[in-house]
Design a protein around this ligand. Structure first.
Ligand code: ZN
Ligand code: ZN
Length: 175
């Protein structure tokens, strides 16, 4: 069965947000071959959600929950409708602190998971400067961070891509 399409999280198998599983989805009570593995915020304890119940909004509605924090999107001036698509109908990701969905050109970016080491090694000049200042990292620490960087490590670096201009944006998160 083909997975639903997620505009802002185009390859959730690659990012690890969805994985193959025989588990039964609590929302639709079916085992559909895939299960969601990243964050879900709800007052209820929900163990297993399938990608289809994410895509059609039924899991978010049933459990009055969300997959990502709405606040950073609203702060970036994203409309309520689009914010809802990202937070209620798009797989989220796991982060150390509250995740911040990146925006660019007035739209939420596509999420592409943990950056490859090579991705961040290639950062330089003004791109690197603004990345470090946005993430409040002192430039003198950058070499050490690079040396020890591992995907899904601490700090984590997430890769986003602007859906309008294609610019790649990295965000950093650490404990
Ligand atoms: Zn389901
Ligand atoms: Zn852009």
């Amino acid at each position: 069965m083909e997975l639903p399409k997620f505009k802002y999280h185009p390859n959730p198998l690659a990012t690890g947000a969805i994985s193959e599983s025989t588990e039964v989805c609590e929302c639709c009570e079916k085992a559909r071959g895939y299960i969601y593995t990243a964050s879900f915020y709800s007052a209820e304890e929900v163990e297993a959600i399938c990608p289809w119940c994410i895509a059609d909004g039924s899991a978010a509605e049933k459990y009055d929950g969300s997959f990502s924090d709405e606040y950073p999107l609203m702060e970036s001036g994203i409309s309520e409708e689009v914010t809802e698509e990202v937070c209620k109908r798009t797989p989220g990701f796991i982060s150390w602190q509250q995740e911040i969905w990146q925006c660019h050109c007035g739209a939420p970016c596509e999420f592409h998971g943990d950056a490859e080491k090579q991705d961040i090694e290639e950062l330089s000049g003004s791109t690197l400067e603004s990345f470090l200042s946005t993430n409040m990292v002192k430039p003198e620490y950058w070499v050490g961070i690079l040396q020890h960087y591992e995907k899904a490590g601490n700090p984590a670096v997430y890769k986003f891509k602007c859906i309008k201009c294609g610019e790649v944006i990295f965000s950093m998160d650490f404990t």
